[in-house]
Design a protein around this ligand. Structure first.
Ligand code: PMT
Length: 397
């Protein structure tokens, strides 16, 4: 079987065995209109994916597995794409950071700290921005209003890994007619493992045996099939303990193995092959590769590029992702993009960096760099995208 046939089969299997998100039709209609409007005006359109994806453990979800991503990369990149003249579809994890409002939504930058009640105003309810924050806030607000008034930013939320994959496929397919002018920039931190719907418990997984004798709707016949392996269901319960002992987070050997929850996850099918060859062929496709081990980052980025045959992999390391990334493109030398040394070095730390090697996190100062690395990434992506448009024919490059 060819790689394409295998990818189509995996796609059919996945999308036929998982329910689409409730908002899919509405989101697709919005994206269709958005793309049509901007494509008619000759404006380039980029799909930016952003934030993490949740992996629910129950259909009526009480518990889920998540990852670290706050959506900083995606939300910041979206702003710089808008500055570069793109219309942006921002496919983001619900409640992750958003373009523009991100400057004031984080817990360390709570917007209320930027405001005060005007002491002299005749209206006691008049709220004003503290003078020291006014300039920056006005700039952010101006850009936000401009994007809104020109309808240049379409924000579409998702929550779970399945929601994300349905939304990604639908929008990527709508991007297809844009050909080389369409850009997909996949910065979301997509979960690699998930619990398939067929093995998911309908209701909250119980941590005690208090309801074992109560008939329940949607209770899996065999817990091992749910992937939530509870050996109690296969073991004799003759030495029944007081159920209350199971309510404690007590990991001592005294807690019977029977009451531990073992989660057995499947790999999430990688749909990059489908995206490149079927959903959005001809568009410029940028994926990200996140690693924590500097020794394998470039190797993994190249592997991904070879495997999926798309246009650009941007590699980044968890510890240094706000300070540097590496661009890996077919047939070219890797290019590291870094926040300039003058704007990031700790006083007294020698400049020992090698252009072709990852930075040592120990040489980086605490906190955020002065320059947002996305302000360097997006112009570089735009340049590569322009070359792609020229090469593959797009009169309005
Ligand atoms: O959000 P921040 O806190 O700012 O962090 C930014 C980031 C580190 C999350 C971002 O820069 C990043 O690296 N995102 C991609 C991380 C990732 O999921 O890498 P991956 O190797 O698992 O996936 C590779 C690519 O395939 C990604 O572009 C991903 O969006 C895509 N993918 C992955 C799995 C899958 N099933 N489908 C996909 O489309």
């Amino acid at each position: 079987m060819s790689a394409t046939d295998a990818a189509s089969m995996a796609e059919e299997l996945y999308f036929n065995s998982h329910p689409p998100p409730k908002g899919l039709e509405h989101h697709t209609a919005l994206a269709r209109d958005f793309i049509a409007e901007h494509s008619a005006k000759g404006t380039r359109v980029v799909l930016v994916s952003s934030g993490g994806t949740t992996v629910p453990l129950e259909k009526n979800t009480v518990r889920f597995i998540d990852n670290f991503s706050a959506g900083t990369r995606g939300a910041t990149s979206a702003e710089y794409f808008l500055e570069a003249g793109y219309a942006v579809i921002f496919l983001h994890r619900q409640f992750s950071l958003l373009p523009y409002s991100r400057h004031y939504s984080h817990s360390t930058d709570c917007f209320l700290d930027f405001l005060s009640l005007s002491p002299s105003a005749s209206d006691p309810n008049e709220v004003v921005v503290a003078p020291q924050y006014r300039e920056k806030m006005a700039t952010v607000l101006r850009k936000y209003n401009a994007a809104k008034s020109k309808n240049l930013l379409l924000m579409l939320p998702f929550v779970t890994i399945t929601d994300y994959l349905f939304e990604l496929r639908a929008i990527a397919q709508l991007m297809h007619p844009l050909g080389p002018r369409g850009l997909l920039y996949l910065a979301a931190a997509v979960s690699d493992f998930f619990l398939p719907a067929s093995r998911m418990s309908e209701h909250k997984i119980q941590s005690t045996n208090a309801v074992d004798s109560v008939p329940q709707t949607g209770k899996p016949k065999n817990d091992s099939v749910t992937g939530l392996y509870n050996p109690e269901s296969q073991e004799s319960t003759s030495d029944t303990e007081d159920e209350e002992t199971f309510d404690n987070f007590d990991s001592s050997p005294r807690v019977p193995r029977a009451k531990r929850l073992i989660v057995d996850l499947d790999p999430v099918p990688k749909f990059l092959h489908n995206l490149v060859s079927d959903w959005s062929p001809g568009c410029y496709i940028v994926s990200f590769k996140l690693e924590t081990d500097p020794a394998i980052l470039v190797h993994k980025a190249k592997y991904s590029l070879d495997r999926y045959q798309h246009n650009l992999v941007i590699g980044n390391l968890l510890a240094t992702r706000k300070w540097e990334v590496v661009f890996v493109t077919p047939g070219h030398k890797d290019v590291w993009i870094r926040v300039p040394a003058a704007r990031r070095k700790k006083a007294g730390v020698a400049d020992t960096e090698d252009d072709d090697e990852p930075l040592d996190p120990a040489t980086l100062p605490e906190g955020e760099p002065e320059v947002e690395i996305e302000s360097l990434i997006i112009p570089a992506v735009e340049e590569l995208h322009s070359k792609h448009i020229k090469e593959f024919g797009g009169a309005k490059a």
